[in-house]
Design a protein around this ligand. Structure first.
Ligand SMILES: [Zn+2]
Length: 348
């Protein structure tokens, strides 16, 4: 069952395994075939076979972005098996990931099928949530510099890489990676040692380390979750019985700023609190402009956004943000459990 293949994300040599999954009567809808890759750079990850085919055939750009994001997480020492999904079975798969492994015995003989691969997925994303973390132009250089610095044991350790290898830490496809490298070098963030046909040798300059020091002061270990929503008596229950308990159960502190007026003073306060937050929850009840603004602002800073909307309003969600995978809830209770699961799976 296990064979050598190329990583569907970064095209490096990898091994791949297609676990056989449970297809019993009445359960077919819940299960689909999954494929598990083990890549030296992207680590272990699981995709649905349909997503794997799609990435291979006509989504090279998306595969590249995913490879960059998985590698960034590995460089930040995030271990475990990652799961990426793009279809409606996501919530079901989340539940299955939390259930213990199951053994199926075939009738009349001793054959046993163990459903371990589903159980062992450690973190699950909808593909859009993961892709939303791809750095915007304003944060790309900082995140690239962080990537380059993470494996180093010493500030003057020489980094040796080919341009091909540099594509991933620099979040930059092959046709432009040399321009971006030159830009970083000419900005004084790295000092070049040599550039030959066999690759590049460079080190992070004192100026680069100074930038990294500044970045280390921004709170990536914040326990605050910013809640962007329309605060009225109508949404009070959703906040108190849905959002607040889910955030606290996940051991974060919810921060709400009631939007009376969107004047400058409140804007400054909101911006400061969003900057201070580990992630943002955007509720689209009532389709308020302020919520779109706050979610967009957080995304620009690379702060993850969890999009939520009541079931009866999903059709009203603005066209530009419909691409994001919203948690659709029917009641505060329903929201509390779905939101907790999403925080536990995607925020660290
Ligand atoms: Zn890979």
């Amino acid at each position: 069952m296990c064979k050598t293949a190329t990583c569907v994300l970064c095209a490096q040599e990898a091994s791949c395994e297609m676990p056989m999954l449970w297809k019993s009567r009445g359960m077919d809808v819940l299960w689909e075939d999954l494929v598990r890759y083990s890549c030296p750079s992207c680590g272990e990850y699981v995709l649905s076979t349909s997503l794997s085919h799609k990435l291979e055939q006509d989504q090279a750009d998306i595969a590249f972005r995913l490879a960059c994001l998985l590698r960034e997480r590995r460089l930040r020492n995030e271990g475990g098996i990652f799961g990426i999904f793009n279809d409606k079975s996501e919530e079901t798969l989340r539940r299955l990931a939390a259930t213990p492994s199951t053994e199926l015995r075939m009738e009349g003989n001793a054959a046993t099928l163990t459903l371990h691969p589903v159980k062992s997925i450690d973190r699950i994303w909808h593909i859009d949530d993961l892709l939303a973390e791809f750095p915007a132009a304003t944060q790309l250089i900082d995140r690239a510099l962080l990537n380059l610095s993470r494996p180093l044991k010493h500030p003057v350790e020489v980094i040796k890489m080919t341009l091909d290898e540099l594509r991933f830490p620099l979040f930059c496809p092959g046709d432009t990676v040399d321009h971006l490298y030159r830009f970083i070098r000419d900005s004084g963030l790295v000092t070049e040692w040599s550039w030959s046909s066999s690759g590049l040798e460079f080190l992070i300059s004192p100026r680069g380390w100074q930038r990294l020091h500044e970045l280390s002061k921004t709170p990536t270990d914040s326990r605050q979750a910013f809640v962007a929503m329309w605060f009225t008596t109508e949404t009070d229950q959703v906040y108190k019985e849905g959002i607040e308990p889910a955030v606290r159960e996940a051991e974060y502190e919810p921060k709400r700023i009631d939007l009376v007026e969107h004047n400058n003073k409140i804007c400054d306060e909101i911006i400061a609190e969003i900057r201070r937050s580990r992630f943002l929850i955007a509720d689209f009840t009532g389709q308020r402009g302020g919520v779109y603004f706050e979610a967009g602002f957080a995304m620009g800073l690379g702060i993850p956004v969890i999009w939520i909307v009541p079931k009866d309003q999903i059709d009203k969600v603005h066209f530009d943000t419909r691409q994001y995978n919203h948690i659709v809830y029917e009641s505060p209770d329903d929201l509390a459990s779905k939101l907790y699961n999403r925080i536990a799976a995607t925020i660290r």
